[in-house]
Design a protein around this ligand. Structure first.
Ligand SMILES: Nc1ncnc2c1ncn2[C@@H]1O[C@H](COP(=O)(O)OP(=O)(O)O)[C@@H](O)[C@H]1O
Ligand SMILES: [Mg+2]
Length: 252
């Protein structure tokens, strides 16, 4: 993987869950690195351990073995330079859009000026929604609110767990493009969890393919052309989609 020093380093992660007296291995020896202003997409079928990997990488769950390093420090708890958008967006249904947006910053005691708040809402096209509740929003609007909350933390690393999975294709593509624009403007790195092959190829400069059989990594495919909207129309994009699909289908 390219840059040194790494922003994120995941080394030898293992995770097992025990319930009703049986132990299930969910992650086995997972290692990868992510540089500054870089992106990685983690792809694999449902139940292969993607969310578990994200929670551990974000310091929200302890591994059974291995470690995660963010810049120079080993992560044992959430880091204020890492913003996480959880599966199903993580919005509180009893809080308004405005309250949901500022919640993350408030919890980390970050003061947000009115102008910064206005700019982020404008950038994401969610002005005028302040007093609505999440159930009054479309899926695309909910996702934008969750992204706004994460961006206000000015993260060096954004982690997203299946952020666009519940959206129709057109909204999904629009928000994927939007994520790339934010990536260019704000210069964070991101780790994106997805079970969608096209999404992984469009957004991830590295594509980490999980192997449900071994609970480890099947392969990491380099995909340096990702990061530009025009890539979606290029022959290289379609070749990469084929490559990733074959790799996911291959027996390990
Ligand atoms: N807290 C937990 N306790 C027990 N089993 C869990 C827990 N969290 C996840 N699992 C199990 O670990 C496996 C991987 O889950 P998850 O990481 O959510 O997969 P994915 O995000 O790829 O769909 C699943 O079989 C799931 O049931
Ligand atoms: Mg998941």
């Amino acid at each position: 993987m390219n840059s040194f020093p790494d922003l994120l380093r995941v080394e030898g992660l293992c995770k097992s869950f025990t319930s009703n007296g049986t132990t299930k291995k969910v992650l086995t020896d997972v290692s990868f690195r992510l540089g500054y202003y870089d992106s990685i997409a983690v792809v694999g079928p449902s139940g292969c351990g993607k969310s578990t990997l994200l929670l551990i990488a974000a310091g929200l769950l302890r591994p059974s073995a291995g470690y995660v390093r963010f810049e120079k420090d080993i992560c044992r708890e959430p880091n204020n330079k890492v913003a996480v958008v959880l599966q199903e967006y993580g919005l509180f249904p009893w809080k308004t859009v405005q309250e949901n947006i500022i919640l993350g910053a408030r919890m980390q005691h970050i003061r947000i000026g009115d102008d910064v708040l206005r700019d982020v809402k404008h950038e994401l096209g969610i002005e005028g929604l302040d007093y609505l509740y999440p159930h009054q929003l479309s899926g695309g609007q909910r996702q934008r609110v969750a992204l706004a909350r994460a961006l206000l933390l000015q993260p060096k690393l954004l982690m997203l767990d299946e952020p666009f999975a519940a959206l129709d294709n057109i909204t999904r593509e629009r928000l994927q493009n939007h994520l790339l624009t934010l990536f260019t403007h704000h210069r964070f790195s991101f780790l994106l969890i997805t079970h969608n092959i096209e999404e992984a190829v469009f957004l991830g400069r590295h594509i980490l393919i999980m192997d449900p059989q071994s609970a480890g990594i099947k392969t990491i495919i380099e995909n340096q052309n990702a990061g530009a909207e025009a890539f979606r129309e290029s022959p290289q994009y379609f070749d990469q989609v084929k490559r990733v699909r074959r790799s996911l289908q291959a027996k390990s």
